[in-house]
Write a protein that binds this ligand. Structure first.
Ligand code: AMP
Ligand code: MN
Ligand code: MN
Length: 436
């Protein structure tokens, strides 16, 4: 048989096995396993499957036992996934020659020891050791949290990896045009809960993913974010607070991976940038942000579609809700503080929902002389507060006083209690940070 064809069969078997091992096997003996190489015999009767296992000799032996035990099942899975006249018998062999496992332990140890942010190359080395991934976006998702995860997910899926997306809330109407959003769900297959690497995008602590998040051990968590005050809750934390969006952090990783930036990926990434820069208006719109955006448009990003979905395409209900919130806005502290409230009666009156509130805060912040704007959104489970600063007052610090978070100029929090108390508490927090 031609060497070339055998090589293709080896690669197909490797991909199918990596997928089946990470998604189908639940044997507790199974450790963190990477299929490093497959060698199929020319007569297709047998295939040697080399695997590396993280941990000590004992962990490796248990994993080999588990794989050998599951060999018949895995062979059956292969039969479905790979089109061959005869599915080879599988012989599992521990791969120590590549020393991938050692390399991996070293990568982890180095990253844990280094207080500074890991390099993109280090994060990519970590990523490449996994075969399955779950991307996590925060509650009340925005274009950054979702677009960043989708972009990296699309790139890894193109490499044959298994990818899922966890998001507690439904995909907002205006983000459904992004590729792969049909795969976003709050229900993740148990095998991925047990084995995948969980990648949290755009959140400073795991709580932001919501109460439906399954419990995931720290060693299977990667955090990619740009928020101030990130709690670094992952085994690896790629936190670049100078970046305009989590999406640009992902773009650095994709470049280090030498991944192909497809038009779909480019659209996801440009969405992250346009969301978090307010359509290139905020102060985080640096020259390099514009240069990266130009690259993404060159790669096929649908700029016009993004503009339309994020900044236009509003429901009539939203426009009327905005009108009401602006009509009832208050100006305090000698015109430095502008705030308003939307409550359930207003939502009901206009047939609007929380997705229809996004535009309001920008109008409050844009009033001349205003240093801080606040929008109080009253929901049954609490008052969600959005804060925006013109640049003098750190609203992230104010939000943090009330268990919220965010950035210097854009932050948020949830206040559990009556709206009057929320208004007082937020005013006090802002004054403590210099509003007067
Ligand atoms: P928003 O006003 O909802 O657009 O949020 C502005 C910024 O604050 C975003 O970066 C959010 O991630 C962050 N943020 C909003 N709400 C919270 C919260 N309850 N806890 C922590 N950070 C938040
Ligand atoms: Mn966000
Ligand atoms: Mn963000």
């Amino acid at each position: 048989m031609k060497q070339e064809r055998l090589g293709r069969i080896d690669a197909a078997i490797q991909r199918a096995l990596a997928n089946a091992i990470s998604t189908q096997l639940t044997d507790p003996r199974l450790g963190f396993t990477t299929v490093t190489r497959v060698e199929t015999a020319a007569d297709l009767k047998t295939a040697k499957v080399y695997v590396s296992v993280i941990g000590d000799r004992h962990a490796a032996r248990l994993t080999l036992d588990a794989l050998t035990h599951a060999a018949g099942f895995l062979r059956g899975e292969l039969g479905h996934a790979v089109d061959l006249r005869h599915t080879p018998e599988l012989l599992f062999i521990e791969d120590r020659s590549t020393e991938k496992a050692i390399e991996m332990s070293k990568t982890l140890a180095q990253l844990a020891a280094a207080p500074e942010v890991p390099t993109a190359e280090q994060v990519v080395a970590f990523l490449q050791h996994w075969d399955s991934f779950v991307f996590v976006s925060h509650v009340k998702p925005d274009g950054d949290t979702l677009g960043a995860g989708l972009a990296l997910g699309l790139a890894l899926r193109a490499q044959g990896k298994t990818v899922a997306y966890f998001q507690q809330d439904p995909v907002p109407r205006n983000l459904r045009f992004l590729a792969d959003t049909d795969k976003v769900s709050r229900d993740i297959p148990q095998a991925l809960v047990d084995h995948a690497l969980w990648v949290f995008c755009d959140m400073s602590d795991a709580g932001r993913a919501g109460e439906y998040l399954p419990e995931i051990p720290r060693e299977r968590i990667l955090v990619i974010d740009h928020h101030l005050g990130n709690t670094c809750f992952g085994a690896v934390n790629y936190i670049l607070t100078e970046e305009c969006s989590t999406g640009t952090c992902v773009l650095h990783l994709l470049k280090a991976m030498q991944a192909k930036i497809t038009p779909e990926i480019a659209t996801c990434l440009l969405t992250t940038i346009m969301t978090d820069t307010g359509g290139f208006m905020h102060s985080n719109t640096t020259a390099s942000v514009l240069a990266l955006s130009a690259e993404l448009i060159e790669a096929g990003a649908q700029k016009e579609e993004i503009t339309n979905q994020i900044f236009a395409n509003k429901r009539f209900a939203a426009t009327r809700l905005v009108g009401d919130a602006l009509r009832t806005a208050r100006l305090e502290d000698d015109g430095a503080y502008c705030w308003s409230v939307v409550d359930e009666a207003m939502f009901a009156l206009y047939g609007a929902d929380s997705e229809d509130t996004e535009e309001i805060i920008g109008h409050l912040r844009a009033v001349e002389g205003v240093e801080v704007a606040a929008l109080f959104k009253v929901f049954p489970d609490g008052v969600r507060v959005s804060l925006r600063s013109s640049g003098r007052i750190n609203v992230q610090a104010a939000a943090a006083r009330l268990d919220g978070g965010g950035h210097f100029r854009a932050a948020g929090l949830t206040f559990v209690g009556p709206i009057e108390e929320a208004i007082t508490a937020v005013r006090e927090a802002l004054r403590a940070e210099g509003l007067s």
